[in-house]
Design a protein around this ligand. Structure first.
Ligand SMILES: Cc1cc2nc3c(=O)[nH]c(=O)nc-3n(C[C@H](O)[C@H](O)[C@H](O)COP(=O)(O)O)c2cc1C
Length: 264
């Protein structure tokens, strides 16, 4: 992926980011892994409660169990390490319990706090890893199948997986993906809503490059043709993120949050 050397400054590293889905068969040293995790826990967290846990999975048998729940994404088996970042109020609530303090944090607000803490820690780990020449690829399946992944990882109540990524040495160089123009994302002082022509302009380049990228993948192109998909916007909501799938994931997540004690 990223052809940078380890001494490049942090902004250069950030700007060279690209997701890595193919990995060399090469272990990560304990020293580097510790550096990455130590960088993760330096992230800001709400009230410095650090309402998250990081699960480091290397064992091939556990990765085999996770594989179908990550929808058979090859990186689960090919990368030497998977990191799963969980919203976690189990540890904190146990401490409250033995300290004769009211055991709060069994509500949706606490879930959001833990999720934000976990995500900030994850991105710190990702950047630290990239600065060491490693690559990552987040997996949205961590949240979509949180209940199944939680079961494999033995998560107790008050703990929910939020984000996860594969981690390892990149095989080859991956192209950098486009971003929407900065001016379309940043609003000066207050939100300025978009006109139709601004929306067309913002997505103009992506519509071409994105559609080309999907058409270059054989199975996706077959789906595009079979579904008479006319443009990139339709790829997003008729193929990749359908109403049915997102409503199903939402229902599963609500149920799991109730089970995990985050819905009072
Ligand atoms: C929360 C989250 C979930 C993601 N899930 C997946 C995934 O399941 N599989 C995958 O190949 N990439 C996944 N990605 C990677 C995105 O596709 C990628 O970040 C995006 O296309 C931009 O590409 P880049 O990271 O190479 O710049 C995910 C990224 C995020 C932040």
């Amino acid at each position: 992926m990223n052809p940078l050397n380890a001494s490049a400054d942090i902004i250069t590293h950030i700007k060279e980011h690209r997701s890595v889905r193919e990995y060399e068969k090469r272990e990560i040293s304990e020293k580097d892994l510790t550096k990455i995790l130590e960088s993760g826990i330096r992230a800001s967290s709400s009230g410095n409660m650090q309402a998250y846990s990081i699960i480091v999975t290397k064992d091939i048998n556990i990765r085999k169990e996770l594989y179908p729940h990550h929808f058979n994404q090859e990186m689960v088996m090919d990368a030497p390490v998977l990191l799963t970042f969980c919203a976690d109020f189990n540890r904190m609530r146990k401490w409250l319990d033995i300290s004769n303090a009211p055991e709060n944090f069994d509500n949706f607000m606490s879930f959001m706090i833990g999720s934000i803490d976990a995500t900030l820690a994850s991105q710190n780990c990702a950047l630290a890893a990239e600065s060491l020449g490693l690559g990552v690829c987040y997996m949205g399946t961590t949240l979509a199948n949180a209940h199944k992944i939680g079961e494999v990882l033995n998560l107790p109540k008050n703990v929910v997986p939020i984000v996860g990524f594969s981690l390892g040495y990149p095989k080859g160089v991956t192209n950098k993906k486009d971003r929407l123009p900065l001016s379309s994302i940043v609003h000066e002082e207050k939100y300025q809503d978009y006109t139709t022509s601004e929306i067309q302009e913002i997505y103009r380049e992506r519509e071409q490059s994105g559609m080309k990228r999907y058409k270059d993948v054989r199975e996706l192109n077959e789906k595009i043709e079979a579904g008479h998909i006319e443009n990139l916007a339709q790829v997003y909501t008729k193929i990749k993120y359908t109403k049915e799938s997102h409503e199903l994931y939402s229902r599963n997540l609500f149920e799991y949050l109730k089970e995990q004690n985050f819905f009072n």
